[in-house]
Ligand binder design. Structure first.
Ligand SMILES: O=c1ccn([C@H]2C[C@H](O)[C@@H](CO)O2)c(=O)[nH]1
Ligand SMILES: [Zn+2]
Length: 141
């Protein structure tokens, strides 16, 4: 397996955060994901006046990659311009589990270029994945 260029992911995530639309929370987030193809895709959070319509940076990055034809990813980087290192929220962990393996590194960095890594399995143990759907007896379907 090739080495992951963490500096490139940090830079891409930081640039994505600069595009964040976060007038309500004032909490900009940028995410960069590395596809198995070697390409990097980015997303920022896009908030909405109807607050529940907000979409996180992680899910926007995954959407951008999927529309480009990607399906498999090796690493994800979150950037937030604060001291604390921010992991993905619960909804995003579920969406990440659709496309990343449990041992994939999920990282967070900040404006000081500090970085913390978790595995997806640590952040979302016993994830509900597409595998379970294949075993359905389809009662009522
Ligand atoms: O990992 C995270 C956590 C939060 N947010 C966004 C959602 C909302 O716009 C703002 C505050 O929760 O940050 C993300 O994009 N990713
Ligand atoms: Zn989220």
């Amino acid at each position: 397996m090739s080495e992951i260029n963490w500096a490139a992911l940090q830079q891409a995530a930081q640039q994505a955060a600069a595009q964040a639309y976060a007038p309500y929370s004032k909490f900009p987030v940028g995410v960069a994901i590395l596809a198995e193809s070697g390409k990097i895709y980015t997303g920022c959070n896009v908030e909405n006046a109807s607050y529940g319509g907000t979409v996180c940076a992680e899910r926007n990055a995954i959407g951008a990659a999927v529309v480009a034809g990607e399906r498999k990813f090796t690493a994800l980087m979150v950037y937030t311009p604060q001291d604390m290192l921010t992991p993905p929220c619960g909804i995003c962990r579920q969406v990440i589990a659709e496309f990343f393996s449990p041992n994939a590194p999920i990282a967070s960095c900040n404006h000081l270029h500090q970085q913390q890594n978790w595995s997806l399995g640590e952040l979302l143990p016993a994830a509900f994945t597409p595998t379970y759907l294949a075993n359905s007896t389809k009662v009522g379907a």
